[in-house]
Design a protein around this ligand. Structure first.
Ligand SMILES: Nc1ncnc2c1ncn2[C@@H]1O[C@H](COP(=O)(O)OP(=O)(O)OP(=O)(O)O)[C@@H](O)[C@H]1O
Ligand SMILES: O=C(O)[C@H](O)COP(=O)(O)O
Length: 408
């Protein structure tokens, strides 16, 4: 169990708060979607209202990527969402950062620079080593406590996530607390338990499928999206050149053998699409698996209505459903049906849990809601849903094992 904000004496305490606001960025280099910022409003408002001195730490994008930008527009948007001034400081652990943090008064909030502007932050370390990085050694001396609210990054063993709680008392923020409460007790959720694996991250999904079937966590795994296409090919279905080329181009060709091995081991429990939707004459056209391959150039873009009916029947008996990844190319109106209908059917299950950032935005776009829990995390949620520990949570649970570096 980790301590939470209920265990922290906030007033007058200088708190480093790690949040996950890794978001889509527009062509102008500015924040294009604020969903992840909204998620942290409760934690930050509570710390501000309780008189904390709040220094926010977060990453944005990956080095070299288009979304690797500063957190200045995030700070502006946070200020609007919190209805409270939030200053931006373009430093993370230098003298300038330390001075800004030391100057905080009760109820003040600042956002420090993108942690990944600093190279060690993009590496994974054991917590003790992470605690010796420049970021932690530079900033920890001016902090009294560390709050981790960045559930969506908790599968990364990076300095801002595992280093600070190794030298400072650590607490789970409200997002982290709610995610751990729901996803941490997956073994106790009502059975039968069904995992629906769609989307495009085929290797991750196959890892999850193996893990939950081996551990006896899943009664059934339903496949959809690119994941479903890979399983169909593994089952000997000819999906045609367009879908096969797509899978090959994504570097997922070897996954077909892994999917085939999984079908050999757990075929009874793994459900495959019975039909797919392609684009023909500018319209959605459904083809039964027995009538495949499609015509030249046609790709399987969604699951079809027979698959939906089949999956809906399986979901009727489920106690818990865990879903990750859209069932098709939901961005295209002709191929959003599978995702909308399947996820709608899932909301009727006693316990319905959704993981994945793209999935959450697909559901917002399609207007589907009513789930028991929509996770803020993609990779982190998947890892928890297979009952695997998250390094950042383990570091919080273990508590400080090293002395806080001194401010000299
Ligand atoms: N049949 C298909 N062919 C091609 N692309 C597909 C197909 N089905 C789904 N997709 C694509 O999968 C993408 C989303 O998959 P992804 O695995 O990234 O979702 P996610 O797990 O919610 O994401 P994350 O956790 O990274 O936020 C969408 O862009 C969608 O268009
Ligand atoms: O968006 C995410 O899944 C988290 O912020 C982690 O980002 P990363 O995959 O770049 O480490």
């Amino acid at each position: 169990m980790t301590d939470t904000l209920d265990d922290l004496d906030v007033e007058g305490t200088t708190v480093g708060v790690r949040i996950d606001v890794n978001s889509p960025i527009g062509d102008d280099g500015m924040l294009a979607d604020d969903a992840r910022l909204r998620a942290h409003v409760d934690t930050l408002s509570e710390l501000i209202e309780r008189g904390g001195r709040v220094a926010v730490l977060a990453h944005q994008g990956r080095p070299g990527g288009d979304e690797f930008v500063s957190l200045e527009s995030h700070a502006d948007r946070l200020s609007e969402l919190l209805s409270h001034p939030v200053d931006y400081v373009d430093a993370t652990f230098s003298n300038a950062a330390r001075e800004a943090v030391s100057a905080l008064e009760n109820g003040d909030c600042i956002v420090l620079e993108n942690t990944r502007f600093y190279s060690e932050e993009y590496m994974e370390f054991e917590p003790e080593r992470a605690a010796r990085t420049h970021l932690v050694q530079g900033l920890a001396p001016v902090l009294d406590a560390y709050v981790n609210d960045a559930f969506a990054a908790a599968h990364r063993s990076q300095p801002s996530l595992v280093g600070f709680p190794t030298v400072l008392p650590g607490y789970a923020g409200r997002v982290m607390e709610s995610e751990l409460d729901t996803l941490g007790s997956i073994e106790e959720t009502p059975e039968p338990r069904i995992y629906v694996l769609g989307g495009a991250k085929v290797p991750d999904s196959i890892d999850v499928a193996w893990s939950v079937l081996e551990k006896g966590l899943a009664d059934h795994v339903l496949t959809a999206g690119v994941v479903g296409n890979v399983f169909l090919i593994a089952d000997g279905v000819d999906l045609g050149d367009a879908s096969s080329d797509f899978i090959y181009d994504q570097g997922y060709w070897d996954e077909i053998d892994r999917a085939a091995d999984l079908l050999d081991a757990y075929g009874e429990q793994v459900a495959l699409p019975r039909d797919v939707a392609v684009e023909r004459d500018g319209q959605r056209h459904e083809i039964g698996v027995n009538a495949l391959p499609p015509q030249d150039g046609e790709a399987a873009m969604d699951i079809g209505s027979s698959t939906l009916a089949y999956y809906e029947r399986l979901l009727e008996d489920a106690g818990t459903v865990i879903l990750n990844g859209p069932a098709g190319v939901f961005e295209d109106e002709a191929f959003e049906t599978g995702t909308r209908e399947l996820y709608n059917a899932a909301t009727a299950v006693e316990m319905s849990i959704v993981g994945g950032g793209d999935t959450a935005s697909a559901l917002r776009q399609l207007g589907v809601d009513g789930f028991s829990h929509v996770s803020t995390g993609g990779g982190a949620a998947l890892r928890m849903l297979t009952a695997e520990p998250l390094p950042a949570v383990t570091a919080l649970e273990n508590g400080p094992t090293q002395q806080q570096p001194a401010d000299d």
